[in-house]
Every structure is written in C-alpha cells, then in structure tokens.
Design a protein around this ligand. Structure first.
Ligand code: PEP
Ligand code: CO
Length: 459
C-alpha cells in the first residue's frame, strides 16, 4: 500500500526560528554552533519511526482506558551519571514500579523513561548572581556546566555532540538490559523492601508483593517464557524538547512514511514555560509526527488550552496528544475540573497524565528545593478522583525519580525530614523520589485505583 503524501502546511523543521524561542542559550561563537549542528545532522538517530508509531498507538489505547502510562526519571540527566549503575538502577525502579502497576491495575503499562536526552532545563532567570558575581544560569548539561565559573557556565556547542553521544550510550545500554532481562524482576522477594516495615500498610504491601511473585511464577510456568522477556522496544524514551537547534538537527524524514519525525526520542514534551501558542516550541511541535506531551499549569485558560490542542492536533488524532497536568496538591481541585470540561465539551481526544511533582516544589530554610511525599501522593490521588467524578480517566503518571538512595523529597514510609535532606542530596535541579519512595508511590496508585477497579468488577 502506498503511503499517502501529506504535509503539515507552512511548516519545516526550522520554521520555529521565525517565532520567539524562549529558554534558548546565547552562544557567543555562531560559527562553532553551525559546525556542531552540521555534524549533528549527519549522526545516526536514536530511535526509529516504527517505534514512535507503536508508542502512538499505545498512548491511544491508554486514552481509551486500555493501558496506563508510567513516565519517569531524573529531572535532568547529567553527563557524569551516564554510567552503568545509575542507568541500571533507574531502569530497575521503573520496571519494578510497572510490575506493581500491571498487577494492581490489571492493565498493560506503557513504560516511558525521562532519559537518553533529558539534558536541557528551563530556568526562571537567564543569569545567576552569587557574592556579587553574575554568570549565565545553568541550563542543563546539553548547554553548559553547573559549576559556578565563567568557563563552565559558558554555553558550549560541543556539548550538543556530547549530549547526543551520551543519549546514544544510555539508549544502547537500556536496550541491552531489556533484551537480557533483569533477573531480580522475576523475584519480588529479592527487591529492596526494607522500608515497607515503616509503612502503616506493611501487611497490605507485603501481600501485594507476594502475590506479584506468585503471578510471575505462574505465568512463567504456564507460558514457558519468563515474564521479564519484554519485547525489544517495550521501553520508550522522552525528554523536554527545549533546545530547538538540537531537536531540529535530529528531525528527519524516513522511507515509506510521510512527514518528519523527531528521532532523538520517542515522546518529546513541551514544558510549561515554553507552551505559548505563538511561540517557537509550539511551532516546532506541530510539524513532527511523534506523540507529543504538553505540561499544563494552573494559569492556563480554557481558551488557550483549546487553541493549543487545535494547533498541535488539528485532526484530533488518537494518541497524538498527552496533557500532563501539574497543578499542585492545593490547586488541583480548583483547576482540573474546568480543564477536563473544556476538553470534553470540545470533543478533543487527549490522554490525561498527572505530574504530581512540579506543582509541589518548595524551598527549605537552608535553601534546598524539596517536595513532600504527602503532597505528591495527595495530588495524584485527587487526580484519580477528579477524573473519575468528571467521567474522564487519568491515564498516566509523570514522575521525577531515581533508582538511588537519595534524600531529596521529604516524607514517605521512612518519613524523611528536612534534616535528612543534607545527607544525600544530589540533584542539580529538582528533587526526585528515591527508590523506596518511588515503589511506595506505585503502591499508592494501586491502592487508590485498584480499589476502584475491583469495585467496578464486583458491581
Ligand atoms: C520538568 O518536567 O522538569 C519541568 C521543568 O516541568 P514544567 O515544565 O512542568 O515546569
Ligand atoms: Co523538574
């Protein structure tokens, strides 16, 4: 069958450059930037168009209530964390969470990492001043370095190539690990679950884990194949497509498909700060065929939201658009119902996903950024309830987490306090859930949503 030739009107991979592009670095050597971008355009892509189309279908299924999206990873990856233990631990926590979710929600999980390219960050100010010295803000390893020195903070185009290489290395290792299977995924009894004894739900959680183990062993004995032998591309990547020069260089045409694909990641998203209707990011995103996400905060109006949806998904195609709401535990009840109403009343097809992290960031007296587990949990639980009460469905969760034992978010079963934050705070940007808090949150989702599923099955 011949693929119909279609085009997105008045669009090209570089048409974004005629619009206002927020959050872009100022490179002082334009010739060096051009040379690096030229090089980047000739390097191989990181993902393929058929993986992207498969993810689009899976996201369409999630919007229809047949799957649940788990999207998670670091706020920002660092080049120095591109190493075996870090990548393996992060993949492991996501896989373990997804096993908890598959079991509890009785649905396939769409697993999407915030990795293999999550190297550029929006910042609230262009410049940072310390002790009377003013330097450009750190914008992620794809742009400059976090150290507060003029050399490190200078945006360096060579980092574009380094970012592509580190993303490719991460992707390669993730694919290899998934191909080989993680042995201890099949044995939840070997998971690091010491924290469970600090939880008021200890008994329930232990039963849950035991029953996951039983189910895995049952599947393996009946099916003959290990349940962990996930198919090759059963894990997708995503990042905030912020640095438009980089994204453009990896935007390609492929044989036997019409249009253009961003082949640096399966699932790019637009951050809240760059989602202006007439901005460069919206212009870039409207022309690529990937599924796309948009972060939505409390300030978005009904009118803005509908126009954004129409701009990004004019044909109302299933699986194309995911709205990632990040409203805050204290504001979600006020804002989410109106957002759901406007989408429904206009007949728009979207996948709803809750990011319970970015509306719940706060500062400590000692100047650290943190989040309270209770607020994260509360926003997520409210999101499930509000969607259900509005006849909608929450189809995914977007989380900042790591497989390491960091102390960046407070609370959780071990009840980390402000004092604990000093111990293992490694994030250069936002605070992440640690291994234990991440698994606990997966169990929270199951307690919340699983109960609803059992109720409706029994009624
Ligand atoms: C992020 O996801 O790290 C981020 C900056 O989010 P938002 O655009 O929602 O603020
Ligand atoms: Co963040």
């Amino acid at each position: 069958m011949l693929t119909a030739i279609k085009e997105v009107p008045n669009w090209s991979p570089s048409s974004w450059s005629e619009r206002t592009a927020l959050q872009q670095p100022q490179y002082d050597d334009v010739a060096a930037l051009d040379a690096r971008l030229h090089e980047l355009k000739s390097l191989p892509p990181l993902v393929t168009s058929w993986e992207i189309m498969q993810l689009r279908q899976e996201l369409a299924d999630a919007a229809d209530g047949k799957r649940f999206l788990l999207q998670g990873g670091d706020c920002a990856e660092n080049f120095s964390d591109c190493n075996s233990p870090h990548i393996a631990n992060r993949l492991k926590v996501l896989l373990q969470m997804s096993l908890v979710l598959v079991h509890g929600l009785k649905q396939p999980i769409v697993r999407v990492g915030r990795f293999a390219g999550q190297y550029a960050k929006p910042r609230s100010a262009d410049m940072e001043t310390r002790d009377g010295v003013t330097l450009p803000s750190y914008r992620g390893d794809l742009v400059n370095g976090p150290e507060f020195t003029p050399e490190s903070r200078r945006p360096d185009p060579a980092r574009l190539i380094e970012g592509h290489s580190r993303s490719a290395m991460t992707m390669n290792f993730v694919r290899a690990l998934i191909d080989g299977g993680f042995a201890d995924l099949h044995h939840p009894e070997y998971w690091d679950l010491d924290w469970v004894k600090h939880s008021p739900f200890e008994r329930e959680y232990r039963d849950m884990v035991r029953s996951i183990g039983d189910a895995v062993r049952f599947m393996e004995s009946v099916g003959g194949a290990p349940i962990g032998s996930l198919r090759r591309v059963d894990f997708y990547t995503s990042h905030e497509a912020l640095l438009l020069h980089y994204e453009e260089a990896l935007t390609r045409q492929v044989p036997r498909q019409w249009g253009w694909f961003n082949l640096s990641t399966h699932f790019p998203w637009i951050g809240m700060r760059t989602a202006a209707l007439d901005g460069a990011h919206t212009e870039y995103f409207r022309g690529i065929r990937n599924p796309v996400g948009v972060k939505i905060g409390p300030s978005v109006t009904a009118e803005q939201l509908i126009r954004l949806i129409e701009r990004l998904n004019p044909d109302n195609e299933p699986g194309r658009l995911t709205l990632i709401h990040r409203l805050g535990a204290g504001k979600i009840a006020e804002h989410l119902p109106r957002l759901i109403d406007v989408v429904r009343n206009n007949g728009k097809r979207v996948l709803w996903c809750c990011d319970p992290m970015h509306g719940n960031t706060e500062g400590t007296a000692s100047g650290l950024k943190t989040r309270r587990f209770e607020n994260i949990r509360s926003e997520l639980e409210q999101a499930f309830d509000i969607h259900a009460a509005s006849g909608s469905r929450l189809g995914g969760a977007h989380l900042e987490l790591t497989g390491e034992n960091v102390t960046e978010c407070m609370g959780g079963a071990r009840d980390l306090t402000e004092h604990d934050l000093q111990r293992a705070y490694h994030s250069t940007v936002d605070p992440r859930l640690n291994y234990e808090q991440a698994i606990e949150l997966a169990m929270v989702i199951v307690r919340k949503q699983g109960a609803r599923i059992s109720e409706s099955a029994g009624s």
